[in-house]
Write a protein that binds this ligand. Structure first.
Ligand code: ATP
Ligand code: MG
Length: 608
């Protein structure tokens, strides 16, 4: 899929409309750090680098530094949006900078497609990494040289050793929660011997998997992550950035603290599953500061509970399965919880930022209901989306006395009657939309019942309703096809009832229905989306999430829409009166062949 560059978001609320933000534990930590000058001595060398590089620079112009570190192996999803909003948001609030860092230390194929999509998506969400004259967009693989140097330092200082046990032996000897680990027979080799071996590893002298470099910490630690964690492994795989330069690659838990430190990150915010890694994070950076490779203070890691959203899965691997098994049309299918999918569905950046804020930031995990996300979208669109009428399940309404009441033109055809409606009911400055009523209009099939059920106030023989922004009509019956299905509804016009004209309210009606004129209505494809899964937690407890795919998550209808929508551009959002919020599809919509996606209904229908 190609990702066209972002256009400025349309129909979006001004930033000032965003509500005041309540405090959370991260805001409290940052405020306390700022008050106590914890990072006041920090310097910034103008780019990422080691301790000496930063020491040579001036005082850090950023009051805090955070980072969003995606692995470019897939598309970002709503869970990532939480992390983006948190990291970029905190930096913005406290006069800091947030770095966008591609965590590409795995030599697996980094797809340019994913990198471009991530850059585009973070921008679309409203964030940027340019500050103090530089673009803080970094690649972790640019730090491989430093990581290697740091590993040699750890070896020299007696803090690391090459372990030639098999992977299986290492696993068994690591012990578990109830059993302390067993020292490797290679643990007490001399630094010289370790250095020689490690250089041999680097130079391709050993087979993949034959040995690893491990930190030398404590095999009896109650924290298993501290039982001599692996630092480097041998892996003969070309890397997209460094090519064949390396056949050894750092482990994530070793690389990550170093990446943070080289970038002078102050607050390294991650999800709770990294809590047990924090002692290793701190241990490693303390050793490198001791060795003079880095300067104090080191970055500090803080963990928060990840965002879990009901009716959604947020694992790149499982989302990829939906794409590759053709359960959806692609990463940007409007039913996908990817940010490209939500965007195509019509979600605004504001609505996603609002969800991220509302979902809260805490240490206690929990589930955010999908309807909160939908509520955020309705809230951000209500005041800005232009209104339009659309008939999604059209049937013709024929007004028998039209010509007699409204008159005929020179050719003897029934005249058209110009009607108009506000573009937005509370924003007269947005102007009015025009459309014509004639002797035939399209109405919703569901607005007519030959024999009305109790409480049905719309069209049935003998009942009067108002055609919104138009006239009052009285239903006189219907015509049917050979199969008995209704093919047209018949009515008569009640004179002097046109909306906005004096006396038009003299006739009281209980029902007002939406319609589109046969003379000027535009055919359009409308894609009615629903939740992709029927279960609130589709993959909980290792369940097969494919089993709860909603078979009715997409229904495509041929609708008729009012003529003002001829101007709709891809990504333009509207409220179709009585139906919900819709967006012109950013991929398939053209003025000649309009396509609208249902973003969200006007009400939460799942709550019933
Ligand atoms: P996945 O499991 O989908 O691959 P990941 O966490 O491995 O996700 P990364 O690209 O490594 O994906 O994540 C980048 C950042 O986004 C990390 O800091 C990660 O903690 C954060 N993140 C991912 N999912 C969530 C979530 N559901 N809630 C909050 N933050 C998240
Ligand atoms: Mg990952």
């Amino acid at each position: 899929m190609s990702t066209p560059p972002s256009k400025p978001a349309k129909n979006t609320a001004p930033a000032a409309a965003e509500p005041a933000k309540p405090s959370n534990f991260l805001r409290q930590i940052i405020e306390s750090d700022l008050a106590n000058g914890v990072n006041a001595s920090r310097r910034w060398g103008g780019s990422p680098g080691d301790g000496a590089h930063h020491a040579a620079g001036g005082p850090d112009p950023a009051r805090i530094r955070t980072r969003f570190p995606p692995e470019p192996n897939g598309y970002l999803h709503i869970g990532h949006a939480k992390s983006i909003c948190l990291n970029f948001g905190l930096a913005q609030e406290y006069g800091g900078v947030c770095h966008l860092r591609f965590d590409d230390t795995n030599p697996e194929k980094e797809d340019k497609e994913f990198v471009d999509a991530i850059v585009d998506t973070v921008h679309w969400l409203g964030f940027d990494w340019e500050a103090h004259g530089c673009k803080h967009l970094y690649h972790a693989s640019d730090y491989f040289d430093f990581m290697y140097r740091a590993a040699e330092y750890l070896i020299t200082a007696g803090h690391a050793y090459v372990d030639e046990q098999s992977a299986e032996e290492i696993r068994i000897n690591r012990g578990d929660f109830s059993r302390p680990g067993v020292d490797s027979p290679f643990r007490n080799r001399s630094p010289e011997e370790n250095l020689t071996r490690f250089r041999e590893m680097r130079d391709g002298g050993h087979l993949d998997g034959s040995m690893v470099l491990r930190a030398r910490i404590d095999m009896a630690s109650p924290n298993i992550n501290m039982r001599d964690p692996t630092i480097y492994r041998i892996r003969r795989a070309p890397h997209h950035n460094t090519g064949d330069k390396w056949c050894i690659y750092p482990m994530y838990a070793y690389a990550h603290p170093i990446e943070d430190a080289l970038e002078q990150i102050t607050h390294s915010i991650c999800t709770l599953e990294f809590e047990d890694q924090r002692p290793w994070y701190d241990w490693l950076l303390a050793r490198l500061i001791e060795g003079g490779l880095l300067t104090a203070p080191p970055p500090r890691q803080y963990e928060f509970a990840r965002l879990n959203l009901t009716y959604v899965i947020t694992s790149k691997r499982k989302l990829a399965a939906l794409v590759y098994d053709h359960k959806v049309s692609g990463w940007d299918d409007p039913r996908m919880p990817t940010l490209v999918g939500l965007r195509r569905r019509g979600y605004t950046p504001e609505s996603i930022r609002l969800l991220a804020e509302r979902a809260g930031t805490s240490k206690a995990g929990g589930w955010t209901d999908y309807s909160s996300l939908e509520g955020c979208l309705r809230e951000t669109l209500e005041e800005v989306a232009p209104r339009a009428m659309a008939v999604l399940d059209p049937i013709k309404l024929v007004i028998s006395n039209w010509d007699a009441v409204i008159g005929v033109d020179a050719d003897g055809n029934g005249r058209l009657d110009e009607c108009s409606a506000p573009v937005h009911p509370h924003r007269p400055e947005l102007g009015r939309r025009q459309f014509a009523m004639g002797s035939e209009v399209w109405i919703e099939r569901g607005d007519f019942m030959e024999t009305p059920s109790k409480g049905f106030f719309r069209l049935y023989p003998g009942n009067k309703v108002r055609l919104k922004y138009g006239h009052v009509i009285e239903c006189t019956g219907c015509s049917k096809g050979p199969d008995g299905a209704v093919t047209a509804v018949h009515a008569t016009l009640i004179p002097d009832t046109k909306s906005g004209t004096p006396g038009s309210d003299n006739i009281k009606v209980k029902g007002v229905i939406t319609w589109v004129g046969v003379s000027d209505g535009l055919p359009a494809e409308v894609r009615l989306y629903d939740r992709l899964f029927t279960e609130p937690q589709p993959d909980a407890g290792g369940r097969d999430f494919l089993a709860s795919l909603n078979p009715d998550s997409l229904r495509v209808v041929q609708a008729i829409v009012e003529p003002s929508l001829a101007q709709a551009q891809p990504d333009d959002r509207f409220q179709f009166e009585r139906h919900g919020y819709f967006v012109a599809d950013r991929v398939d919509h053209t003025p000649a062949k309009p396509v609208f996606n249902l973003s969200v209904g006007l009400k939460d229908t799942w709550a019933r």
